[in-house]
Design a binder for this molecule. Structure first.
Ligand SMILES: Cc1ncc(COP(=O)(O)O)c(C=O)c1O
Length: 408
């Protein structure tokens, strides 16, 4: 059995997600799945394709798609970079359609590094970055970010940490779990360091449309030829389509050519009909309006959730300002752990608090240290769930935590 894979532990939140799956009564604030669902335009188009295909068993949708992805979809994605940011992307050589952003991240690490190479990532960071790196026999280098600095990575940190074997910097903006958003100036400075150290910057921009602090800036804008940049994105968050498993990778032609080989050896290609249907919604004006409206609802939902959370005993010291992007709250739990007598828990306060909230309030959250040691002392709460589930979670937290006032 693959030694590197055996050495990669299952994710620490798996225990919590198993508990959620086993009990539908639990309010699940662990997953980032927008409650809006796929755009009607996508579903209508897919239904029409399927209806057409019934009469034609040898038809196109029963056949393999191109390994790089259906041409119409690649063209639509390329056009969206031009219309959103004025960036020219060649749909034939610079794009690869993938099984969600998750596969695109895996392909980026696999394609751009060799065993033993170092991959730089923030601490905390999205939970797939480290296991992908370790299971491929590459070495993760964690760069600590903290609440005091807005969880923003500084160019100086990269400069200091990038050794001879460093090849790749994994950036995520808007960020999961912290909500940090990188502005153009910081991205440009990070790019300058990356160029000096011969690193490629991967920008995971899956939360691009949930950017509340200003317009989203893709790292590609700092390097329009994508000489040292890989963009990773997907339909999951933007369109509320996590279950459809559709994403993409954008990079220099030589990188995409190699990544396409890996993608082909892994899975040949993605489903044809879903790609054809998806091609119709990228850049569609009505769908874009819908997405913007959803992002606005999400921002309001986050604001309301945070305000009410801060009124609950133990959460009073959570910062009043909502994060700049995404749909998670990264909640410091020092005060709560103190109230609950969990602050001396050996090893992990985050896990102890998450376990207790699950057991006693029936509310599932992710322990912060699941995102790296820098996440210890936090739990992540997703506010992407429907409003009534969020209301229920807040009611249960209040009922569960209020009686402990003065008990410790
Ligand atoms: C930062 C980040 N990147 C990538 C992904 C994976 O997205 P996809 O569903 O497109 O694979 C997620 C999912 O939560 C995420 O939060």
């Amino acid at each position: 059995v693959n030694r590197d894979l055996v050495a990669t532990p299952p994710h620490p939140s798996k225990r919590i997600s198993d508990a959620v799956a086993a009990n539908p009564d639990v309010v699940n604030l662990t997953v980032g799945e927008p409650s809006f669902g796929a755009p009607a335009a996508f579903l209508d188009r897919l239904s029409a394709l399927v209806a057409d295909g019934r009469g034609d068993p040898a038809g196109e949708y029963n056949r393999y798609a191109h390994s790089r992805g259906v041409a119409a979809l690649r063209r639509a994605i390329a056009a969206s970079y031009r219309s959103r940011y004025g960036l020219a992307v060649d749909p034939d050589t610079q794009l690869l359609v993938t099984h969600g952003a998750a596969e695109a991240i895996w392909l980026t690490v696999f394609t751009l590094t060799n065993p033993g190479d170092e991959v730089l990532m923030t601490d905390p960071c999205y939970m797939l970055y480290e296991p992908i790196t370790v299971s491929l026999g590459r070495r993760p280098v964690r760069l600590r970010t903290s609440a005091g600095g807005g969880f923003r990575l500084s160019p100086e940190q990269v400069e200091e940490a990038a050794g001879d074997r460093a090849r790749l910097l994994l950036l995520n903006s808007p960020n999961n779990p912290t909500g940090c958003v990188y502005d153009a100036g910081t991205l440009a400075a990070l790019h300058a360091v990356a160029a000096a150290r011969e690193l490629t910057v991967m920008h995971d921009e899956v939360f691009d449309d949930y950017s509340y602090a200003g317009a989203h800036v893709p790292a590609l804008a700092m390097d329009p030829q994508a000489e040292r940049t890989v963009m990773v994105n997907s339909f999951s968050k933007r369109y509320g389509m996590t279950g459809w498993r559709l994403g993409w990778m954008l990079a220099a032609p030589a990188v995409v050519a190699e990544a396409t080989k890996a993608h082909t050896y892994l899975s040949l290609s993605l489903g044809t009909a879903i790609q054809e249907a998806a091609a119709g919604i990228v850049g569609d004006e009505a769908v874009e309006r819908e997405v913007r409206a959803h992002a606005e609802v999400m921002r309001e939902r986050g604001r309301g959730f945070l305000d009410r959370l801060r009124e609950i005993a133990g959460f009073g010291s959570v910062p009043a300002e909502p994060p700049g992007g995404g749909f998670y709250l990264f909640v410091p739990i020092g005060e709560l752990a103190g109230r609950l007598g969990l602050d001396r828990e050996p090893g992990s306060i985050s896990i102890a608090v998450a376990d207790l909230l699950l057991r006693t309030a029936g509310v599932a959250v992710v322990p912060g240290n699941g995102f790296g040691p820098g996440g210890e002392g936090y739990v992540r709460m997703s506010y992407a769930a429907p409003q009534e589930r969020l209301d229920l979670a807040l009611d249960r937290l209040r009922r569960c935590l209020e009686p402990t006032v003065g008990a410790h």
